[in-house]
Design a protein around this ligand. Structure first.
Ligand code: RFL
Ligand code: PHB
Length: 390
């Protein structure tokens, strides 16, 4: 087979660039390791910045998002048995975020691929990237025992943190930067009315907690847990009891509990791989970088990669201008590192670190005190949370 752009990975990054390029007449083939049902069963991001939402509209996938997504103009920080509201709208010059689940957004993208008869091949195994440094790279994979080959101009590596694309870059070219946090997030989804119409990020000495939502009848809650904990260690009852302990009493009293419909633990990690281009391979999204979810930046960082790469490919195919492709890695990384900084800052501000000294704890309290008392600090938080410009 032959195509212009071969995309590895059918998560939001891969699907979005496939859809955007297709609409401009650029041919793509997308390879996904799992079934569509499997990809849609993963419960992940919930908060989209306006730049991401704009890209979804450009990809002609924004209709349901605009109808069902909730605009959020602020969130709460819970601490010391009280709530303080961060006014994103006021402090970011009128911006907001959209609460719309990654599952729904991915479903919209798959449906759009289907409508346009975009080539999406599921259940691929043994994906290998070849001749990436040449002008004619190719990709091989197998499905149902048969090996196939795709010749292309470019490969987009959008296959997430565990994918094959980043690993295809020689070790002496790739530099990986990593920070592992000594805890994870245990998350549950439950068909209950959310305890608050806006998100609550809670700092508590027993550990961080987050009250989020997918709609007014679907709640998403998280608690910080040690890395040694397993999902099986946590009954629903134990989860609800621990969540309530970490929230202000006025919030805990109003909490409506119910059976979990999904429960999982995600370890927290910060990670960046540089450069994001090797020959004619371009990395995008979680394949190149990971953030702890505290600042809601993960999927939103993928959006800026896709935005830069899409425009760079358009310039190449429409005008023969390769400056965007040549500058992609440096430009994407500049914004990525700012999202890394913000996610690290918000994680450090709100979590309980087992090895913190009394000095570290006092500094952490002072950081929060400063944030809550300074409009300049709240402006900085809001500017980063709604998304820095692309
Ligand atoms: P994905 O979603 O991991 O998709 C990669 C796809 O590639 C496939 N794949 C392969 N395909 C072919 N060949 C191979 N060899 C392959 N290897 C892998 C995989 O099956 C998969 O389908 O990466 P992508 O598209 O870059 O999207 C990134 C986002 O998923 C991620 O950044 C966010 O979910 C992070 N995140 C959040 N981001 C936000 O912006 N806002 C949030 O509120 C937010 N909350 C979260 C989050 C992530 C979380 N977890 C579980 C890590 C909350 C959580 C709990
Ligand atoms: C979520 O709803 O899953 C969510 C929201 C905000 C975050 C992380 C996760 O910072």
């Amino acid at each position: 087979m032959k195509t212009q752009v071969c995309i590895i990975g059918g998560g939001p990054s891969g699907l979005l660039i496939a859809q955007l390029l297709h609409l401009k007449g650029i041919e793509t083939i997308l390879l996904e390791k799992h079934t569509r049902e499997y990809v849609l069963s993963r419960i992940r991001a919930g908060v989209l910045e306006h730049g991401f939402a704009a890209l979804m509209r450009e990809a002609q996938c924004g209709e349901r998002m605009d109808r069902e997504g909730e605009i959020h103009e602020g969130f709460f920080i819970a601490h010391d048995d009280r709530l303080d509201r961060m006014d994103l709208h006021k402090h970011s010059g009128g911006n907001s975020v959209l609460v719309y689940g990654q599952t729904e957004l991915t479903r919209d993208l798959y449906e759009a691929r289907e409508r346009l008869h975009g080539a999406v091949i599921h259940n691929v195994e043994d994906v290998r990237l070849h001749d990436l440094e040449s002008a004619s790279p190719h990709v091989t994979y197998s499905v149902g025992g048969a090996t196939e080959r795709i010749d292309c101009d470019y490969v987009v590596g959008a296959d997430g943190f565990h994918g094959v694309s980043r690993k295809s870059i020689p070790a002496d070219v790739l530099k990986e930067h990593e920070k592992i946090y000594p805890f994870g997030w245990l998350g549950i989804l439950s068909r209950t009315k959310p305890v608050s119409p806006e998100l609550i990020y809670a700092k508590h000495e027993r550990g961080f907690a987050l009250c989020s939502l997918r709609s007014q009848v679907l709640s998403r809650y998280y608690i910080q847990v040690p890395l040694s904990d397993a999902v099986e260690d946590w009954s629903d009852e134990a989860f609800w009891a621990e969540l309530k302990r970490r929230l202000p009493s006025q919030v805990a009293q109003q909490m409506i509990t119910g059976p979990s419909i999904e429960k999982s633990i995600a370890p927290l990690r910060s990670f960046v791989a540089e450069p994001m281009r090797y020959g004619n391979l371009f990395l995008a999204g979680d394949a190149a970088h990971i953030v702890p979810p505290t600042g809601a930046r993960g999927l939103n960082s993928a959006a800026s990669d896709i935005y830069y790469l899409y425009h760079a490919m358009l310039a190449h195919y429409q005008r023969g201008d390769d400056s965007g492709l040549n500058g992609y890695s440096a430009k994407a990384l500049k914004r990525i590192w700012k999202a890394q900084r913000f996610s690290w800052w918000m994680t450090t501000l709100l979590h309980t670190f087992p090895d913190n000294s009394s000095y570290d704890k006092r500094l952490q309290q002072t950081e929060l005190d400063y944030l809550l008392s300074s409009e300049a600090a709240q402006r900085s938080l809001a500017e980063n949370y709604v998304g820095l410009p692309f």
